[in-house]
Design a protein around this ligand. Structure first.
Ligand code: BG6
Ligand code: MG
Length: 218
């Protein structure tokens, strides 16, 4: 493949909203005396709100009740993200976007979050991306490839020409299912399927993206 686009996950990749998601699930879990910790939370990353509620309350079958619980969590979350400012953009994000733009590489956000527009607005970063695809637009959330395939369609590039930057196990699987190359943000132990892992978006360089492109050239 030749590299034509880089797709960024949102929560936990360009800003620390994955922390906010965790805190809100923890609050809900505590309220209902359900055990919940950071390890369990790894399975929530990249996964839709409704699927997260199903993970937290596996015994509940009633759809209306699941929606109610999802709404409670989202209420806490929307309140929390009001405090986001452009200073919450992770270091290195803007530099990488600038570099990609200079090389003519397209960029997109591919997130499961239905709050994507609000977070991007708070970060004042939306105009840097050529496309945005989020949880409001796809039938199946990560690990299904839908959101990344939609990004590729919006950017008018082939999936094999995209590199995804992801911090979630479900997100890495979604990118691979779409036939894309994936850089994991986090440990190799947590994201063993990623083509490469780095600690943060700051460590994603033009050089790394090119090396991965060459590695996956078929
Ligand atoms: C993902 C997060 O980006 O968005 C998940 O990693 C979250 O933890 C999902 O559940 C859905 O977010 P929202 O904002 O639609 O509830
Ligand atoms: Mg994420």
């Amino acid at each position: 493949m030749g590299l034509r686009a880089v797709i960024f996950d949102l929560d936990g990749v360009i800003t620390d909203t994955s922390r906010f998601h965790y805190l809100c699930w923890k609050k809900l879990a505590d309220q209902y005396h359900v055990p919940f910790d950071e390890k369990f939370n790894e399975r929530f990353k990249g996964v839709s709100r409704k699927d997260c509620v199903r993970l937290l309350f596996p015994e509940i079958q009633d759809d209306a009740r699941l929606d109610e619980l999802a709404e409670q969590k989202n209420h806490h979350y929307v309140e929390m993200i009001q405090q986001i400012t452009p200073a919450d953009l992770f270091d290195g994000t803007q530099e990488l976007l600038r570099e990609l733009r200079a090389y003519g590489i397209k960029t997109a956000i591919g997130s499961a979050s239905k709050n994507t527009p609000l977070v991007l607005q708070k970060l004042e970063i939306a105009h840097w991306f050529d496309a945005v695809a989020d949880g409001t637009e796809v039938a199946h959330s990560k690990p299904a490839p839908d959101v990344f395939e939609l990004c590729a369609r919006k950017l008018n590039v082939a999936c094999s020409e995209c590199i995804v930057i992801e911090d979630a196990q479900a997100g890495v699987q979604a990118a691979l299912a779409a036939g894309m190359t994936v850089v994991g943000i986090g440990s190799q132990e947590l994201l063993p399927e990623a083509d490469w892992t780095v600690n943060s978006v700051r460590d994603v360089s033009w050089d790394l993206l090119n090396r991965l492109t060459l590695k996956n050239k078929r």
